[in-house]
Design a protein around this ligand. Structure first.
Ligand code: DNO
Length: 344
């Protein structure tokens, strides 16, 4: 495996100089952030990211994310042009040495939490999700980080209207059309696609979600035998549902050659879908990170890993989930788990 760290570009308060000092870091996970979803990324912007990483002795082989335009998910309007643009991004990223692209296929909203500053007893802060707070939210007026915040309230309303009547089945067919358009470029460019699971892994605000359960993955793998059509195994997302058997899924998906990227973190699950993000250690939450890493390794996993959301500790402030300290502690812990599991 290759241990990586997410970096939000030159405006990220966490610097490349800091990232390179975390033991075992092979590279960064990043993206071009100033191009609207659906458009082609300028080669110069891609180059600048790669060069910045290389200048610090880090690789830039993973992109998270190239966003999928809503017209593709809706199967409407300019969707074929957006699919062609996506394929062009895959080729350009491949030319620049990128090997893995993470994306998601969640309608409108990316990851959702109801509180970004939940205080734990030890004084650290983390993200959490409470179903009753969720029920009180009006999706048309929502303003939480974690998804495209550039929508005006009117644009967001129009988009939600466009999804009226969208079914799981139609969404899957639109996903398949996207993959048929993009996978040939992945083959040419030597790039793997790694779909991120729905977070949380259930429908929200009446919008269907289709990357939540083992059966969703089995359908994808059956429809697309090409291993480049793969997954980002995100433990915190999938693990929010107690129905997902993470070690079994990790082992089986890795053995099928589909896990190109793993987001590893822990959560503490409560009743009725509530959860709170915690430190990475198995003992800190509901997920057995040791069993998951063991399963990935047993399945032959040889992809990219990153510590996912950290808590805010030691007074650090900044982007929710993406401070330096707790993610660095997470990386150190995960390096230990992998070393123990990989050494026989
Ligand atoms: C949250 C991330 C997600 C992820 C996208 C991938 O912290 O895991 O926002 O980047 O869903 O497209």
């Amino acid at each position: 495996m290759k241990m990586t760290f997410r970096w939000y570009g030159p405006s990220d308060p966490v610097t490349l100089e800091q990232i390179r000092q975390i033991p075992g870091m092979s590279g960064i996970v990043t993206a071009v952030y100033d191009v609207p979803p659906g458009e082609v990324w300028p080669r110069a912007s891609i180059r600048a990211l790669v060069d910045a990483a290389h200048a610090q002795g880090l690789e830039a082989e993973v992109i998270e994310s190239v966003p999928v335009h809503e017209d593709i998910k809706l199967g409407r309007g300019d969707c074929d042009r957006y699919i062609r643009n996506y394929a062009e991004n895959v080729r350009r990223l491949g030319e620049a040495g990128v090997r893995c692209i993470c994306y998601n296929f969640m309608p409108v909203f990316d990851w959702l939490r109801t509180d970004l500053h939940t205080r734990a007893e030890d004084g650290s802060y983390s993200l959490s999700y409470q179903p009753e707070a969720m029920a009180a939210l009006d999706p048309r007026r929502l303003s939480l980080p974690g998804w495209d915040e550039s929508y005006t309230p009117d644009a967001l309303s129009a988009l939600l209207d466009a999804y009226a009547g969208m079914t799981h089945e139609r969404l899957f067919l639109n996903w398949a059309r996207f993959l048929e358009g993009v996978l040939p470029a992945c083959g040419e460019a030597g790039v793997s696609l790694a779909v991120h699971p729905d977070d949380p892994p259930w429908d929200v605000f009446g919008l269907p979600r289709i990357v939540s359960r083992r059966a969703d993955y089995e359908r994808l793998f059956d429809a697309f035998p090409d291993r480049r059509c793969g997954v980002t195994f995100c433990t915190g997302s999938l693990g929010a549902s107690a129905d997902n058997d993470l070690p079994a899924m990790a082992r089986d998906f890795a053995a099928a050659g589909r896990v190109h990227f793993a987001h590893l973190r822990n959560i503490e699950r409560g009743a009725d879908g509530r959860f709170r993000e915690v430190a990475h250690l198995s003992s800190a939450g509901s997920l057995d990170l040791y069993a998951i890493v063991r399963a990935l390794v047993d399945g032959g996993f040889d992809g990219y890993v990153r510590p996912d959301h950290g808590r805010h500790i030691w007074g650090e402030e900044g982007k929710p989930g993406y401070g330096l300290y707790d993610r660095a502690l997470g990386a150190a812990y995960l390096n230990g788990l992998f070393e123990a599991c990989e050494r026989r």
